[in-house]
Design a protein around this ligand. Structure first.
Ligand code: NAP
Length: 464
């Protein structure tokens, strides 16, 4: 058997998932010294860049500029993108093992965590991640409908996704119309009758999961008053002690921002954004098939044995009348056919990126990176560090001779397999044509792009 990794016999690697995690892994592999590596990247969507396209908020264009680095990898002659090909539907582990020495799963976390309370499935109670995918024009979510005709909305959770959702709901048409938000969302939000958005956190400001730039940005909305109750902004004893014992610059900045908001008086703006703390949702109340209110338990903080600040219910309750609830309590990974899955954590079972079986033994040639490896945490750049960790182990395994022995380890064999697949796969060259067309459509409206959101539209551009 020829040694893989030479110019004559390149090491053939498949990456499943074309989001940041997949692209950072590709970049690290393509740079690996002393090895000739060819990367084929598969994605179920016809477009690359995963959550940068379908998750990062449309009014955060700067965050999307990371795609320039991904584009550089994609143009490497040893890289090939195969969009519109879904693992588990169009190909499986046996197919991949036929063509590749190593396979990395970078599929992210495609579902969301549930609150587990009565009424969660009422019409009008939505997962925030569905709403995010809808306003970002993800093809699987473009047909969803959100009834924005009510006046008051709750967003449950204190993470950056909750802030994204609240900000998009509060922004005026003027603030949104120059972004790349999906056209259907731009129109629905223009006609929105929402006047009050209530972000509801179960712990206090010092334990919020959001980050300082995002909470500070909320205070700069054109036509929205931001309101925080002074008694909820004041730090409790447990939080003061925890911050004293373990100073946390981000938490301190978050608390500063919240306490500044608590001093603001309403200015009579069109919308009001309330940020509330120490409230746990108990039930979503509705009748005649729609959401009418959310019942909340009031909490008090205490210092847990591990030094973290946790909460317990005081027995007091509050009912907030709302017509919509967005549950924003974190993403959750889904298991993939043929791979061991840690149900509790919602990640592929792995050790620093090496996929392991239930007994802890590494599965030859199989790896994970990004959120499906470590869970949904950190910022986009965190996936770079994560990918480097996985790739270092992959290279260590190559040098130790631990890899798959594919029967057809050539680019031509894999390409022939992909070309024979239905539906049609989308190449990186195809994507550049879609990208150019979306950008061209955006120019006339002074927007970065006008997104295609239906699979048929993507394929039509390519047919043209
Ligand atoms: P997240 O940061 O994990 O926040 C989840 C929030 O939900 C926390 O406040 C958590 O409170 C709360 N929560 C969990 N279970 C709950 C329950 N049963 N009842 C009430 N509240 C509950 O998740 P995320 O907002 O989905 O964000 C995911 C990742 O993407 C994060 O790393 C985030 O920073 C990143 N992201 C970044 C940006 C950006 O940089 N602009 C934008 C979007 C997302 P506890 O702390 O009490 O558990």
């Amino acid at each position: 058997m020829a040694t893989a990794g030479t110019p004559e016999h390149p090491l053939r690697i498949a990456i499943i998932g074309a989001g940041p995690a997949g692209f950072y892994a590709a970049a690290a592999l393509l740079k690996a010294e002393g090895l000739t590596i060819e990367v084929d990247m598969y994605d179920r969507l016809p477009t690359p860049f995963g959550l940068v396209r379908a998750g990062v908020a449309p009014d955060h264009q700067k965050d999307k500029s990371v795609t320039r680095a991904y584009d550089k990898s994609a143009r490497d002659p040893h890289f090939r993108f195969c969009g519109n090909i879904e693992y588990g539907r169009d190909l499986d582990l046996d197919h991949l093992k036929r063509f590749y020495h190593q396979i990395i799963f970078a599929t992210g976390t495609q579902s969301d965590r549930a609150l587990g309370i009565p009424g969660e499935d009422l019409p009008g109670s939505h997962s925030a991640t569905d709403f995010v995918a809808w306003y970002n024009g993800h093809p699987d979510y473009a047909r969803l409908e959100f009834d924005l005709s009510c006046e008051r909305v709750a967003v449950v959770g204190l993470g950056n996704v909750a802030l994204d959702v609240a900000r998009i709901l509060c922004k005026s048409h003027e603030e949104l119309r120059h972004t790349d938000i999906a056209d259907h969302a731009l129109l629905a939000l223009k006609n929105s009758r929402i006047r009050e958005v209530h972000i509801l956190g179960r712990r206090g400001p010092a334990q919020a999961a959001f980050t300082p730039p995002e909470i500070i940005e909320l205070g700069e909305l054109d036509d929205t008053d931001i309101l925080v109750r002074p008694e909820e902004a004041t730090l409790d004893g447990a939080s003061v002690a925890a911050l004293g014992a373990h100073p946390d610059r981000n938490a301190e900045k978050n608390v500063d921002a919240i306490q500044t908001y608590a001093q603001r008086l309403p200015q009579g703006r069109r919308r009001q954004l309330h940020i509330r703390f120490l409230l746990t949702p108990l039930e979503i109340i509705g009748s005649a098939g729609r959401t009418e209110a959310i019942r909340l338990a009031r909490n008090e903080p205490f210092m847990a044995e591990d030094g973290s600040v946790q909460v317990r219910q005081t027995g007091d309750e509050e009912v907030l009348p709302v017509g919509l609830v967005f549950r924003s309590v974190g993403y959750r990974g889904l298991g993939l056919p043929g791979l061991p899955f840690d149900e509790r954590r919602g990640v592929i079972r792995n050790e620093a990126g090496r996929i392991i079986d239930d007994g802890g033994a590494a599965l030859n040639g199989l790896y994970a990176t990004g959120w499906i490896k470590r869970g949904p945490s950190g910022v986009i750049g965190s996936n770079k560090v994560d990918a480097k960790e996985t790739v270092a182990l992959m290279i260590e395994d190559i040098h130790a001779g631990r890899h798959l022995e594919p029967a057809q380890p050539t680019a031509a064999a894999a390409a022939a397999f992909v070309e024979a697949l239905e539906p049609r796969s989308v190449s990186y060259q195809d994507w550049t044509e879609i990208d150019a067309e979306e950008t061209r459509r955006g120019e006339a409206q002074e927007r970065p792009r006008v997104k295609f959101t239906r699979l048929g539209d993507f394929l039509e551009v390519l047919a043209d």
